[in-house]
Design a protein around this ligand. Structure first.
Ligand code: PLP
Length: 350
C-alpha cells in the first residue's frame, strides 16, 4: 500500500489523545504489519488496516496454543527522534520461542522491518517526549492451518500491532507509588517447561492467580519456583529485583522470562554505577533480610514493591532511592536524555 499520509487542521500531526493520562489499554491504531509463512518462506504482506484476524478454525494457535508474542516500547527522544529499545533482543527471544514451539523463527531483518514500518505508519500515535506514555509494540506469531491433530502447523502468521500506553501499574513510578503483591501457590509454568519463552499459554495459566490476588486488593501474584515452591520466581509479567545491602539481586531460575529490562538494569547497575550484582536463588524466607524490592519489565519499567503477603506472613519494604537512579538512567537512555554507551537505542525514521 501507499505510505500512509496524515493531515491535521492545526498541522500538529499528533493524534488528539490525552497522552499523559493513558492507562495500559488497547487503543486500535490505524495500521498493523503482517507477514505469512507458507511453503517454507516468509512473505511480507506489509502494512494493513484490518485489526481483525481471519484464521482457519483448525489452527494450531487456537487449539494447541502454538502461539508466541513479544512486548516492547517505542518512545520519543528529547532530541526529537523516535527510538525503539533493544528490538533485536525481542527478535531473538521470539526466535528461541519458535524453536521450542517447533515453528519457523521470524528472521531478524523482517522483525526489525516490521517494527520500523508499523511505527512509521502509526507515527501520530507515538506519545510526545515528556508525556510519560510510550507506544507499546506487540509482535505475535501463530501457527495456522486446516488441522485437527497435535502437530506443528505448516503455516504461520506474524503480525505487529501498536498502541499508545501509560503506566502498567496504576500511578506509575515514584516514592509514593509502592505496589503490594500476594504470594501464589499456583504456577504459571512448569520447572522445565515454557516459562522462559513468551508463549501465550503461560499467561492463560497466570489468570487465576492474578484474579485471586486482585480480588484481595493486591496488584498481582508473586510466583514461586514451580519445583519446590521455595524460591521467588517472578511477579505477574515482571522479573523480581532486590537490594541486600549494597548488592542488587535477581532470581536465578529456568522458569522466568529472561527480561530485556532486567538485563538492562543489571548492566546499568554493574557497568555504569559499579554496584555489585548477582543472579542467585532468593528463598521466600530470605525476604526478611532484603532491604528493598522491585519488579521490572517493559510494561512495568521498575515498580517499587512495598509489601509482599503470604497467608498470615508479610514483608514490607521502603522505597530505595537506588530504584530512582536505575529508573532515571534507563528512561534517560531510552529517550536520549542520557548517552547510550551500550548501543541500545534503535532509531526509527518516520
Ligand atoms: C512473565 C514475564 N516476565 C518478565 C517480563 C519482562 O520482560 P521484558 O523486560 O523483556 O519486557 C515480561 C514481559 O515481557 C513477562 O511477561
Amino acid at each position: 500500500m501507499q505510505k500512509p499520509t496524515y493531515y491535521s487542521p492545526d498541522g500538529s500531526l499528533k493524534a488528539h489523545l490525552d497522552f499523559a493520562r493513558l492507562g495500559f489499554d488497547y487503543l486500535a491504531c490505524p495500521y498493523r504489519f503482517e507477514a505469512l509463512f507458507q511453503h517454507g518462506l516468509w512473505r511480507v504482506r506489509g502494512i494493513i488496516e484490518d485489526n481483525t484476524l481471519h484464521l482457519p478454525e483448525g489452527s494450531q494457535c487456537v487449539h494447541y496454543g502454538q502461539q508466541l508474542f513479544e512486548g516492547m516500547k517505542v518512545q520519543s527522544g528529547r532530541d526529537g527522534k523516535i527510538y525503539a529499545f533493544r528490538p533485536l533482543d525481542n527478535a531473538r527471544r521470539l526466535g528461541r520461542g519458535a524453536e521450542y514451539l517447533q515453528g519457523p523463527p521470524v528472521p531478524e531483518a523482517m522483525f526489525l522491518r516490521g517494527i520500523e514500518e508499523v511505527t512509521a505508519a502509526n507515527h501520530p500515535y507515538v506519545p510526545p517526549f515528556g508525556s510519560g506514555a510510550a507506544l507499546y509494540v506487540r509482535p505475535f506469531w501463530m501457527g495456522i492451518g486446516d488441522n485437527v491433530g497435535v502437530k506443528p502447523a505448516a503455516a504461520y502468521v506474524f503480525r505487529i500491532f501498536v498502541t499508545p500506553v501509560g503506566p502498567y501499574f496504576k500511578g506509575g513510578f515514584g516514592p509514593d507509588k509502592g505496589q503490594e503483591f500476594l504470594v501464589s501457590r499456583y504456577d504459571r509454568a512448569a520447572p522445565h517447561g515454557t516459562g522462559h519463552i513468551k508463549a501465550g499459554g503461560n499467561y492463560a495459566c497466570s489468570l487465576k492467580a492474578g484474579a485471586e490476588a486482585k480480588a484481595r486488593g493486591f496488584a498481582e501474584a508473586l510466583y514461586l519456583d514451580p519445583a519446590e515452591h521455595k524460591y521467588i520466581d517472578e511477579i505477574g509479567a515482571a522479573n523480581f529485583l532486590a537490594f541486600r545491602g549494597k548488592e542488587l539481586l535477581t532470581p536465578q531460575s529456568t522458569s522466568v522470562l529472561p527480561s530485556v529490562t532486567r538485563d538492562s538494569l543489571m548492566r546499568i547497575a554493574a557497568e555504569l554505577f559499579k554496584w555489585p550484582t548477582r543472579e542467585c536463588k532468593i528463598a521466600l524466607e530470605e525476604l526478611a533480610h532484603i532491604d528493598a524490592a522491585a519488579c521490572c519489565g517493559t510494561a512495568a519499567v521498575i515498580t517499587w514493591v512495598k509489601r509482599i503477603a503470604d497467608g498470615e506472613r508479610e514483608w514490607k519494604f521502603p522505597f530505595d532511592p537506588r530504584w530512582q537512579q536505575l529508573y532515571d538512567r534507563l528512561l534517560g537512555i531510552q529517550t536520549a536524555v542520557e548517552e547510550d554507551p551500550f548501543g541500545w537505542r534503535y532509531e526509527i525514521k518516520v
